[in-house]
Design a protein around this ligand. Structure first.
Ligand SMILES: [Fe+2]
Length: 330
């Protein structure tokens, strides 16, 4: 059994090897002999460029609809985990995206948590809603709906069709920083808001119709790094910024390289995004991960709308945001 070395025993140590052994017993490591460096010259690009297809996710969700209900699952969702080594959860370092489906008549019970969340609605019929802090908010395709830190939220579907959407959360960041809290809501049904019709009069929703009007009025920047774009919120949430991008057909956007992590979700159209030399051909509902420091650019094949979900607010507030035009050409 190892004995804790005294000051005198440490001071008498005759070799470095012996010193390392004694230090190890008191949880101290020699900074000059680390196995791996602690600092490096530029971001390591730990997370990989990646692409997920809505078509495939829909098939899998339809199977899950037969195989598991919302009583058991709480959320019937499919996590888009980055294929980087040793990763089984995050889509990029700080955020995770997931496809989710709720069937007619189902209620995904309410809960709240410190991670910030938002959803981008892909396919739904009137009657599908999210109840946020007791208020039913209608979910229509192209809408973006926020459930920030500690807001209670459950999902209901009174329509006749399955509803599909994309979730984005800052759970990986909260796991890293540790302030995780979660609790189920006391109400186990949507009785709280009764038969009230779902509304869009809420600070938590960015309706597609409003976003399109704002895009029409925005300064055209088809060749800018994010095409013509507007920000939803300022930022939408403490840790996540949202930007709706309109891409013009066959215009290549300027490449950008940033310490922020970006996830792109296709609201409309088709095109491609090239991330650090890997080209991904996307269609509506697809998701592309452009992790930190991966240079990337877009080219739409037809009029396209793409939602950019980014941890820029985190990087900016902490003084870590660096953005540059990458050295290499397209
Ligand atoms: Fe949640």
């Amino acid at each position: 059994m190892n004995r804790i070395p005294t000051r005198e025993e440490l001071a008498r140590t005759g070799s470095l090897e012996e010193l390392y052994g004694k230090l190890g017993q008191i949880n101290i490591g020699p900074g000059w002999a680390k196995a791996t460096p602690s600092l490096w010259t530029s971001p390591r690009k730990t997370f990989a460029p990646a692409h997920w297809k809505y078509n495939q996710a829909r098939g899998a969700l339809d199977a899950a609809g037969r195989l598991i209900n919302t009583e058991l699952a709480e959320r019937r969702n499919l996590i888009l985990f980055n294929p980087a080594a040793d990763n089984g959860y995050g889509t990029v370092r700080t955020m995770v995206a997931a496809y989710q489906m709720i069937m007619p008549g189902e209620w995904a019970r309410a809960h709240r948590h410190t991670p910030n969340a938002l959803r981008l609605i892909l396919d739904s019929e009137p009657g599908t809603y999210t109840e946020v802090d007791g208020v039913k908010i209608a979910m229509e395709p192209g809408d973006v709906l926020l459930t920030p830190n500690w807001s209670s939220h459950g999902h209901g579907n009174n329509s006749r069709a399955c509803a599909y959407w994309l979730d984005f959360l800052d759970v990986p960041l909260v796991q890293l920083l540790e302030p995780m809290f979660f609790e189920p809501a006391e109400e186990e049904s949507d009785e709280e808001s009764g038969d009230a019709a779902p509304t869009k009069e809420s600070a938590f929703v960015f309706a597609l119709a409003d976003t399109l009007k704002r895009l029409d009025a925005a300064t055209p920047e088809p060749a800018g790094p994010f095409g013509t774009h507007v920000e939803l919120g300022d930022p939408a949430m403490e840790t996540i910024g949202l930007h709706m991008m309109r891409l013009s057909p066959r215009v290549t956007t300027a490449a950008t390289q940033t310490t922020a992590n970006n996830i792109y979700a296709v609201v409309k159209g088709a095109g491609s995004t090239t991330v650090d030399g890997e080209r991904f051909e996307w269609n509506r509902g697809d998701v592309i991960a452009a992790p930190a420091w991966r240079p990337h650019f877009h080219e739409a094949a037809e009029d396209a709308l793409v939602l950019r979900v980014t941890d820029e607010p985190v990087m900016r507030r902490l003084g870590f945001l660096r953005v540059q035009e990458p050295a290499q050409a397209h």
